[in-house]
Design a protein. Structure first.
Ligand SMILES: CC(C)(COP(=O)(O)OP(=O)(O)OC[C@H]1O[C@@H](n2cnc3c(N)ncnc32)[C@H](O)[C@@H]1OP(=O)(O)O)[C@@H](O)C(=O)NCCC(=O)NCCSC(=O)C[C@H](O)C(=O)O
Ligand code: MG
Length: 360
């Protein structure tokens, strides 16, 4: 069984005339998923000029859009999408939650009007496979009615304890599943965590070094270093494993302290190192941070290429700069090299930087 469907039915369209589901989720660069509120005239006006500067533009219809503006946001997104040539930039939307009064109109409006331009629908507060099954069937019906020739993919936000507990079944619930993002603010509330932030760390979540000992006796009066820990490590690691298992993509999520660009970069980098392919950007200044962090550095690409060259047919072990490299370190280096190639194909500056690397 795949999700709750037998394997033979997993890749069958869920409505007569709906496009064939994808067999493999395309690896399209999506370092920053940039959120804008289509009902906010100032933000909306900036969207056309952002095309080509960011991998994904996301018209947000859910939280952060005032209830009174829900219809304006939906209609604004239709207007922007119809008027804009997105070129290499993907267009995503975040629809309202499945239990909200707006979500049905979101989908029945967006798919016929701009379904041919929408790459991914982000679904908030996904609790289990049943939520994905509902969206999967509805999208198939709407795609068939609209005569679309490619399926719109689905991205789930993990922002409830139940969603986290069901993360593997969510990832495997449909061939439309493109990826997962962490929703740290809603997840913190649902878990009754004692934080009041949108993502990022907390100074109270720490470990303290042991007290120094004098003649075997702990000096509890001595000052001791503390080390802040990452509140999100467990959830991101679970997401990464569930996504890798199902061949889909994990993303960090929002970092709400817009002014703290340093901590934002640190949080993004932790997610990158753990296996995430991108993150959300809430403000224009977070785009450059995400693009930098989620693109392998020239040093890492240079090293990865050296290992690939040194490993020849990919078997055995070699010494490079005093370190052992073998089949497994080669596989890690290939991840880096492949990502660099995908990014170079859409980012001329990165291409120039990667092309300039000399293999020693
Ligand atoms: C966070 C903001 C409210 C800040 O807006 P503002 O006070 O206007 O910032 P600035 O004055 O610094 O803005 C400078 C100019 O840039 C424009 N701007 C700002 N943000 C954007 C944007 N996202 N896209 C395009 N343009 C933007 C401003 O209009 C200014 O323009 P101008 O005056 O002409 O120079 C705001 O950034 C914002 O609302 N961002 C999006 C917030 C959002 O989408 N939140 C939802 C996602 S997070 C979430 O939902 C939590 C999650 O689900 C969870 O559970 O964890
Ligand atoms: Mg949320």
């Amino acid at each position: 069984m795949t999700g709750s469907r037998p394997a033979k039915d997993f890749f069958r369209p869920l409505a007569v005339g709906a496009p064939e589901p994808v067999r493999e989720v395309p690896a399209r660069p999506s370092r920053a998923i940039h959120f804008f509120d289509p009902s906010n005239a100032k933000m909306a006006a900036k969207v056309p000029d952002m095309v080509g500067t960011v991998d994904v533009l996301l018209g947000n219809l859910e939280d952060a859009v005032k209830a009174d503006n829900k219809v304006a946001a939906r209609e604004g997104l239709v207007e922007i999408a119809q008027a804009t040539d997105f070129g290499p930039t993907q267009l995503w939307t975040r629809i309202n939650a499945l239990d909200s009064p707006w979500v049905l109109d979101d989908l029945t409006t967006l798919v016929p009007a701009i379904g041919d331009k929408l790459d991914v629908v982000m679904v908030p507060k996904v609790q289990g496979a049943e939520d994905i099954h509902y969206i999967d069937r509805l999208l198939a019906q709407l795609e068939a009615k609209a005569g679309l020739d490619r399926p719109i993919l689905v991205h789930a936000i993990l922002e409830t304890a139940r969603g986290v507990a069901n993360v593997e079944e969510i990832c495997g619930a449909s061939p439309r599943m493109q990826g997962l993002s962490l929703g740290p603010a809603d997840l913190a509330a649902d878990r009754r965590m004692k934080t009041t932030r949108v993502g990022g760390g907390h100074p109270g979540y720490l470990v303290r070094e042991d007290p120094p000992r004098v003649d075997g006796v702990a000096n509890l009066e001595a000052s001791r270093s503390t080390y802040q820990q990452d509140l999100w490590h467990y959830t991101i690691a679970r997401m990464v494993d569930a996504c890798a298992m199902h061949g889909i993509y994990p993303y960090y999520g929002p970092f709400g302290d817009i002014s703290d660009v340093v901590a934002c970069e640190d949080q993004f980098r932790n997610a990158f190192l753990l296996g995430c392919v991108g993150t959300w950007s809430l403000h224009p200044k977070q785009i450059a941070i995400a693009n930098r962090v989620f693109s392998p550095s020239t040093e890492d690409v240079a090293h990865a290429r050296r290992v690939v060259a040194a490993m020849g047919d990919g078997t055995g072990a070699v010494m490079l700069d005093g370190k052992m490299e073998d089949d497994a370190s080669l596989k890690q280096c290939l991840v880096m090299v492949e990502l660099a190639e995908q990014l170079a194909a859409i980012d001329p500056e990165l291409k120039a930087a990667y092309d300039a690397i000399e293999v020693a």
